[in-house]
Structures are given as structure tokens and as C-alpha cells.
Design a protein around this ligand. Structure first.
Ligand SMILES: [Zn+2]
Ligand SMILES: [Zn+2]
Length: 105
């Protein structure tokens, strides 16, 4: 079984169009927090889906902030660690917005 693979890459956010400079750990946009369905195991970039992943909620665990994403294409739900350069306002807005938490539009 493959373990975490560090991949450094830049990508363009599917949602807001920002160019995100990859640091090898982050695959979500720091501005709008949307991600992309590229991993089966974290970092392996093995998913064939490539659908846009909507941030649907925030979870706090052991003092760490996790962003919960759901793929708009295949419905897969994944959790990623929030990155230090993520937009704090976007995280606060997400955690306060019940429509996101309950998966509505
Ligand atoms: Zn974005
Ligand atoms: Zn998907």
C-alpha cells in the first residue's frame, strides 16, 4: 500500500481561479478553500475523478482544524488539515454557515 507521497505542484483553483503554489502538502485553495479530487490516499494523486471538491464544513480535533470537502462529481467526502496560509475569514465563514454544514447549496 502506498504511503504519503510528497508532490510539489502549482495548480489553478477550479472555483475562484486563483493560482495556488503547491508546497507538497496543500491541495486546496487558501482563498476559497475548494479542493480537487486527485488523491485516493493522501498525496498519491491517483484519483481519476478530478472533480471540484466543495468545502462543506470545519472540524476541530486535538487543537487542529480540519476542512471537510465533498466532491461535486462523485460525492466522495475527505478531510484535510487546514494550512497556515488559508484565509482565516473563509474558515470562520465556513464554520458559521449552516447551509454548508448540512450539505445544502
Ligand atoms: Zn479558490
Ligand atoms: Zn470525485
Amino acid at each position: 500500500m502506498k504511503k504519503f507521497t510528497r508532490t510539489i505542484e502549482d495548480f489553478t483553483c477550479l472555483h475562484c481561479g486563483a493560482v495556488v503554489h503547491g508546497n507538497g502538502y496543500t491541495n486546496h485553495c487558501p482563498h476559497c478553500l475548494w479542493s480537487r479530487d486527485v488523491d485516493i490516499h493522501p498525496g498519491d494523486r491517483a484519483s481519476a475523478c478530478f472533480g471540484p471538491m466543495r468545502p462543506i464544513g470545519i472540524e476541530s480535533k486535538n487543537g487542529e482544524t480540519m476542512i471537510i470537502h465533498r466532491c461535486e462529481k462523485c460525492g466522495k467526502v475527505a478531510r484535510v488539515h487546514a494550512a497556515p496560509d488559508d484565509d482565516v475569514d473563509a474558515i470562520i465563514k465556513l464554520s458559521a454557515d449552516e447551509s454548508f454544514v448540512f450539505g445544502k447549496k
